[in-house]
Structure formats: C-alpha cells, structure tokens
Design a protein around this ligand. Structure first.
Ligand SMILES: Nc1ncnc2c1ncn2[C@@H]1O[C@H](COP(=O)(O)OP(=O)(O)OP(=O)(O)O)[C@@H](O)[C@H]1O
Ligand SMILES: [Mg+2]
Length: 327
C-alpha cells in the first residue's frame, strides 16, 4: 500500500491529444498521445517507462514536468494539485524538477562553457547564492558526475567533449540544484555502447544516493530493468502493465509486454517480432481516443469485449497491475 507521504508525483486520468493535419484542406486527425494515464512516482524510486516509438513516453515526461500542458486529468506534486499551486509553489516545483535529454549535444548550448551550462539552474535562485558559492556547487556537481578534476572541464565548450562527457555535463546540470524529481528521456540511447553502463551506473548511484525520484524513459526493457525499481509499460498512450522490474521481465502478463520482451535480443533468443516492424503499425493506427484496448488490433487474444470497453487496470498480484481481460 502506497503511503501518501511516499509520493512525489501522481497523475490521475491524464489525457493529452495532438491534432495532426491531414492534407491541405483536412480538418485534422486527433491523436491521443496520453489516454487516461494513472501513475504514482514514489520518493527515491527509479520508475522505468517503456514502450515502442510513439507510445507517449516523452509526452508523459513533458506533462509531468509541466513542459507540455495536459488536456484533462490531475497532476499532484508532493500531494498538492499543480493547477492549484500559487506562483511561488510553481517556481518551487520547477526548481525541484529537472530533465536529462537523449541527445547530449543538442541539449547543451554550443556557445556556453561547461561552467556556464551547469550554472544555469542555479541562476534561477537569483540572489540566494553568490558567484563563488555557485562555482563551488558547479565543481561539486561535475565531480559527482565523474568529470574529474572539474577544473579541467569548466572552460570547455560542448564540441570539445566526447558524447559520454557531454551527457555527464547534462547529468551534472540536472543535479546541481538538488532536485527531488528528474525525468531522464532515453539518456543512453545515443551513446556508444561501451560507455552506456558507466552512465547508467552514474544515474543509478546519484538517484539512489540522493533519494531523488527518477523517471527513466526507454524503448529498451533490458536497460530499463537494470536501472529501474518498477516498470510501466505504455502502448499508444495507454498504460497496459505496471510491476516491479523483475516481475515485468520474468512474469509479464499483458500480451503487449510479452511481445516487447520477445523482441529484446538480450532477453530472448526467439526474436519473433522485431520492434521496428511495430513502429510502422503504430504510425498507421494512431490512438484516436476510442474506448478500447490500444493493443486490440495486434493482439492474438483479442475478444469482442476488448473493443467494447477499455479494460481497467487490475492488481492481479501484490504490486503487479495489468489492463487486460485475460486477467
Ligand atoms: N508536438 C507534437 N505534435 C503533434 N504530435 C505529437 C507531438 N509530440 C508527440 N506527438 C505524437 O504523440 C504521440 C506520442 O509521442 P511521444 O513523442 O510522446 O512518443 P515516444 O514514446 O516518446 O516515442 P519515441 O520512442 O519515438 O521517442 C506520437 O503519435 C507522436 O506523433
Ligand atoms: Mg520520446
């Protein structure tokens, strides 16, 4: 049972639509990027969000950080509904939340030095810290992110750094303000395979050492299992399954989770459905917001009920939730 005090962020029935223009005179087609999403992030946990391309992972991260506005539903930060927060509380929320991006090159301003980039979140504090105090924090953050000695990196610009070093700068920047909540969106997918484990370990150590809650977004279940405590599986904007990382991988229930696992070479030698095949399918049948299971068009077990009403999330074992009529 989740104690209220353990929650950092909670989303209740959050929905987000995008309208896609269909041809020059088309009225536009509704694409439901998030479809009644319910999710709770606990203090100090790493929560993995997995799903194929277009399943709504980035939209979910952006909505959680207030970078994209939801259409309906409620978002609570430390048990206060965000819409009802006053300006100073929203400012506090912004200070306490950070994002780590997929592309460490694009996410850093090419004109700013490492010192300036990592200092940026501290500037929001305005007069709270003087220049010397801020520099001290920047140095600490860089060293914590594995850039040692930090002094060697302060005046470098992004083009003078390797991909891994740039992502370390991104991580230092996200941690410099001691946030309580971080969204890391595919933070290792653009990095060389040889340095992925180092960056994952850094993220895990920093999040766990500081009791920061982290959303770890990835299309790769194997990587997510390595870092996350729990995993949420998304398909076309809907959460279809949620459980401990171990249960998701070793005891998957939803047919879509099972399919995702089969497509991971690290986890199965069957390799039945390559994930890339599904991306095509996904783009073709975007979720238009019907009250049905998002996976019905592809599910080998589909029944009439799956199109009549979307299955509710059900706790089928302690902590293991699945939205499927098979359970
Ligand atoms: N700014 C936007 N305008 C229109 N549609 C959008 C926009 N951003 C996202 N979408 C659509 O919303 C859906 C979810 O997109 P999102 O980027 O959240 O998926 P994702 O799971 O992060 O995918 P990926 O793994 O490719 O990063 C997709 O169908 C996408 O086309
Ligand atoms: Mg994305």
């Amino acid at each position: 049972m989740v104690r209220i005090a353990d929650e950092v962020i909670r989303l209740e029935n959050v929905t987000k639509d995008y309208t896609i223009r269909t041809g020059m005179f088309g009225k536009g087609k509704k694409n439901r990027a998030l479809d009644k999403v319910n999710i709770t992030v606990l203090k100090g946990e790493i929560l993995g969000i997995v799903g194929e391309s277009g399943s709504g992972k980035t939209t979910l991260g952006f909505v959680m950080l207030g970078l994209t506005e939801k259409d309906s539903g409620k978002i609570y930060f430390e048990n206060h509904e965000i819409n009802t927060l006053d300006r100073s509380s929203i400012r506090e929320f912004r200070l306490k939340s950070q994002m780590i991006f997929q592309d460490p090159f694009e996410s850093l301003n090419p004109m700013l030095t490492v010192a300036e980039a990592v200092d940026t979140p501290l500037l929001v504090l305005k007069s709270a810290l003087d220049k010397g105090q801020r520099l001290q924090k920047v140095i600490e953050a860089l060293e914590n992110a594995g850039l040692q000695p930090a002094e060697d990196f302060l005046s470098k610009i992004p083009s003078e750094l390797s991909g891994g070093q740039r992502q370390r700068v991104g991580i230092a920047r996200s941690l410099v303000n001691n946030p309580s909540f971080i969204v890391a969106d595919e933070p290792v997918s653009m990095l060389d395979v040889s340095i992925r484990a180092d960056i994952l370990n850094l993220l895990k150590d920093q999040a766990k050492g500081r009791q920061v809650s982290m959303i770890f977004i990835s299309h790769d279940i194997a990587i997510t299992r390595y870092i996350a405590d729990r995993i949420v599986v998304m398909h076309l904007g809907q959460i279809v399954e949620q459980a401990s990382s171990r249960d998701i991988v070793e005891n998957p229930k939803h047919p879509y989770t099972a399919l995702l696992l089969k497509s991971m070479p690290e986890l199965s030698d069957k390799n039945l459905v390559p994930i890339d095949e599904q991306v095509e399918y996904n783009v073709d049948i975007m979720n238009g917001g019907k009250d049905e299971c998002s996976f019905v068009g592809k599910c080998p077990f589909a029944m009439d009920s799956c199109t009549q009403k979307r299955p509710e999330m059900k706790e089928i074992e302690p902590g293991h939730f699945v939205a499927c009529y098979l359970f």
